[in-house]
Design a protein. Structure first.
Ligand SMILES: [Zn+2]
Length: 83
């Protein structure tokens, strides 16, 4: 009876081990994707009030603040109105 029970316990431990280790790989993959969301931050253009991704915007530092614009045209308009 003894060795038979040991075999069942060993089999259960192996099954639990496989169940615990499998989802771990999937989780790591998802964590790697979340880091990219930082690049998609949207900023508001103060001239035409559209939202543009910060990485694609025209930026202007003025009076200690940073402004973001959808185009160089809007950036120039803002400069003309706020000398
Ligand atoms: Zn604009």
């Amino acid at each position: 009876m003894g060795p038979f029970r040991l075999a069942i316990i060993a089999g259960l431990i192996y099954l639990i081990y496989r169940l615990l280790t499998r989802p771990e790989k999937g989780r790591n993959h998802v964590a790697g994707r979340q880091g990219q969301n930082m690049d998609d931050l949207l900023v508001e253009d103060p001239v035409c009030h559209t939202y543009v991704p910060q990485k694609d915007s025209e930026c202007l530092k003025s009076h200690g603040k940073t402004y973001y614009f959808c185009s160089q045209e809007c950036r120039q308009k803002f400069k003309d109105n706020n000398p």
